[in-house]
Design a protein around this ligand. Structure first.
Ligand SMILES: [Zn+2]
Length: 442
């Protein structure tokens, strides 16, 4: 079998990774961008609430609750006979979210009152030119309507305390109280102005609506700095939200580029991984297994799902920890992935990653077929291991799973960094996986 070559007659994702990262400052934007790209590549939009008629070989995309996406191409055979090939990633990243009454006043400033979403490295959020993105629900003449909102220009910032007023900062680290020290300033409060009204006015301006029409919002802060190539030869990519929009990009590119096969190929992009996935949009949701049931039923009878799952595999794609040049001791020496040296297979004896002998071997075999080196990651025995959607979907649907990801540094910083060349390598391997021309080892 030969490596997959991009073919001129196959559709391709029409956004490169930096464009995709910059277009997705919130999970709602990332999901909308993914759906738009799939539609431009010929995928037909389906709605959860409609009846579905699915045709063999055709491609479809579903937006679930605004921030989770499934893009899939029906197999030439029913899933009961040829299974699913699934790639999973997540659309959300740690950040700071506006509270329902989002205005505070302090020392003549108007501030956004924010809550922490997930586990950001808080100190990286200070002294950045921040803005807002997410979705708002509006009253439109008596009915509620929801729209994306994004302010492009820098709007607010969380300022550090001068070193003269906090002399120990370099010795003790920058310590921020989550309740008191994270509110970004929107500038100065006018005399007599109500801070909540001022904050809501700003949000309404971004949403191009009247402030009195705002009924609800899911809005977070983001760093307005764009993705950029860095390094002597531009070999690094620095950006917000690499974890995990870089994997969403690879998964989406793969499901668009993969040729039709006997198996049904699906890219799942889930919201809420960073807060545990236990939501209606998260990987734990019954929606995931429900969607597989729906596809299997459309293609070959309700009783066929367990049969289909036995012939299926999930690649859970989430970013991996590259060995840090200033902290190499934080890695197990022989399981220390490096930037630009290929996708990482993640293994954990406590099964915080879904990888086992067969799924790991299968992914490594795909890498070999595509001429891509594969790396290994096991966390140090004295450090806690992170997790991914892999074990969640594996347990929820009983699908054999491998956990993989491209190596990166600064994970959960407001600005992360990965290897420029790993992105295309991961896309190639995922495309080969979804092409399903290499039989599963079970
Ligand atoms: Zn992640």
């Amino acid at each position: 079998m030969k490596p997959t070559k991009p073919r001129a007659d196959r559709p391709a994702l029409d956004l490169d990774l930096p464009q995709f990262l910059d277009a997705g400052p919130s999970p709602y934007h990332a999901a909308a961008v993914a759906v738009g790209a799939a539609v431009r590549a010929g995928f037909q939009v389906l709605y959860d609430g409609d009846p579905w008629t699915l045709e063999a070989g055709r491609a479809y995309v579903v937006l679930h609750n605004g921030s989770t996406v499934a893009a899939f191409r029906m197999g030439r055979k029913a899933p009961a006979d040829a299974g699913f090939r699934l790639v999973g990633a997540h659309t959300d990243s740690p950040n700071l979210r506006l509270k329902p009454r989002p205005g505070l006043a302090s020392a003549g400033h108007v501030l956004f009152d924010v809550e922490v979403y997930g586990s950001p490295i808080l100190a990286t959020w200070v002294d950045r030119d921040l803005s807002i993105a997410g979705r708002v629900t509006l009253d439109r003449g008596g009915t509620l309507a929801t729209a994306l909102v994004r302010m492009d220009e820098p709007l607010c910032r969380i300022s550090t305390l001068a070193i003269h007023l906090g002399r120990g900062v370099n010795e003790d680290g920058l310590k921020l109280d989550k309740h008191r020290h994270l509110a970004p300033s929107l500038g100065q409060l006018a005399a007599g102005e109500d801070p909540t009204r001022a904050a809501l006015d700003t949000l309404a301006r971004a949403a191009e609506c009247e402030v009195d029409d705002l009924r609800g919002f899911d809005v977070g802060l983001y760093d307005t700095a764009k993705a950029a190539y860095v390094g002597r030869n531009g070999e690094l990519l620095a950006s917000a939200r690499l974890d995990n929009l870089a994997s969403c990009h690879a998964a989406l590119a793969a499901v668009i580029a993969a040729p039709p096969s006997d198996a049904t190929a699906i890219a799942f992009l889930f919201d809420h991984e960073e807060v545990g996935s236990q939501t209606a949009e998260g990987a734990s949701s019954a929606w995931t297994a429900g969607l597989l049931q729906r596809i299997a039923t459309a293609a070959g009878g309700a009783a066929s799902l367990p049969q289909a799952l036995a012939r299926s595999m999930l690649v859970s794609a989430d970013m991996a920890h590259a060995v840090h040049p200033n902290h190499p001791e934080k890695h197990d020496g022989v399981h220390a992935p490096r930037l630009n040296e290929g996708p990482v297979v993640k293994t954990n004896a406590s099964r915080r990653y879904g990888t086992d002998a067969e799924t790991g071997a299968y992914f490594r075999a795909l890498c070999r077929l595509e001429g891509v080196p594969a790396q290994e990651f096991v966390t140090r025995a004295d450090l806690a291991c992170g997790s991914t959607i892999g074990p969640i979907v594996a347990a929820g649907a009983g699908i054999r799973t491998v956990d993989v990801g491209n190596p990166m540094l600064s994970m959960h910083s407001v600005r992360e960094v990965c290897g420029r060349h790993d992105a295309a390598a991961m896309t190639r391997v995922l495309t080969r996986f979804l092409a399903a021309d290499v039989p599963l080892p079970w």
